[in-house]
Design a protein around this ligand. Structure first.
Ligand SMILES: NC(=O)c1ccc[n+]([C@@H]2O[C@H](COP(=O)([O-])OP(=O)(O)OC[C@H]3O[C@@H](n4cnc5c(N)ncnc54)[C@H](OP(=O)(O)O)[C@@H]3O)[C@@H](O)[C@H]2O)c1
Length: 258
């Protein structure tokens, strides 16, 4: 129970990693505050957390909106009286298009969610996190490790998010607040399952074949599942990582070495 008695705010609670983060934090003993725009999904995940015996507070939130984030910070503190952890998981994929042709307004919109949204939420929670000597985790991506065509706008945003985490670690360290990054590669959840089915249909092979071909490129021969990535985040939030700040932990089954 690494997070016993702690309160963790999670942004971007969707069906993949966001849900996994909520459940693994709860299993580690934390009460959680669930933030995303779709209330129905937040409520469903909150019910799953309650079934684990922990409290969950669903708060519909748009991280690109200042008032919405202020409301999130306020109701979290009103309900639980403290915040020990913040996981910035919400993201928006900019168009997967070459940088020479990509629409600049869409690149800018990607920065709003992926970088400024995370900074906005973190700033609002710094006073509470300073009181608990808490910790922030930014969810990044293996896009940091390659420069494949069409991923440029996404890489720009995630590289900026990494820079944000490192600079915040320097700024907030003297207040006892740690800031780290967890960078997943493949996440074996609904989106990827849908994509593999689509690829399989296109190629006339089984989805299992697509899985096996992909997994063969990972040292561990297995695509990481949301709970496996979330456990690395639990570690970063926990006292086990009390001397770790400004770092990036890649959780990718060995696809990339860093
Ligand atoms: N999926 C992958 O293969 C993969 C690979 C590497 C890294 N990652 C990283 O892992 C994280 C989670 O990815 P995931 O695919 O598993 O997604 P997820 O956790 O299932 O869902 C993320 C959620 O973010 C929410 N969101 C988007 N914009 C928001 C906003 N403005 N305000 C509040 N919430 C917002 C969306 O919910 P609403 O629409 O309800 O707001 C979305 O469902 C991301 O940071 C991503 O970059 C993913």
């Amino acid at each position: 129970m690494l997070l016993q008695g702690r309160v963790v705010v999670i942004s971007g609670v969707g069906p993949g990693l966001g849900r996994g983060l909520a459940l693994q934090c709860a299993k580690a003993g934390a009460d959680v505050v669930l933030a995303a725009r779709t209330e129905k999904r937040l409520v469903r995940v909150a019910e799953e957390v309650a079934a684990l015996g922990r409290r969950a507070l669903p708060v519909p939130t748009d991280i690109t909106d200042e008032d919405s984030c202020r409301n999130l910070a306020k109701v979290a503190l009103e309900r639980y009286g403290r915040v020990d952890g913040l996981v910035n998981n919400a993201f928006a994929i900019p168009p997967l298009t070459d940088l020479t042709t990509v629409d600049l307004a869409a690149v800018r919109a990607g920065f709003e969610t992926n970088v400024l949204g995370a900074l906005r939420l973190t700033r609002l929670l710094v006073p509470a996190l300073s009181e608990t000597r808490g910790s922030v985790v930014m969810i990044n991506s293996a896009v940091l490790r390659h420069s494949r065509r069409t991923f440029g706008a996404y890489k720009m945003a995630k590289a900026s998010l990494l820079a944000l985490a490192q600079s915040l670690a320097t700024e907030l360290g003297p207040r006892g607040v740690r800031v780290n990054t967890v960078a997943p590669g493949y996440i074996w959840a609904d989106n990827l399952k849908w994509y593999f089915n689509h690829l399989a249909e296109k190629r006339g092979v089984s989805p299992q074949q697509i899985y096996d071909e992909t997994a063969a490129t990972l040292d561990l021969r297995k695509l990481p599942e949301p709970d496996e990535i979330a456990d690395a985040v639990v570690f970063m939030l926990s006292p086990l990582a009390r001397a770790v700040t400004g770092q990036c932990l890649d959780v990718n089954g060995g696809e990339w070495h860093h």
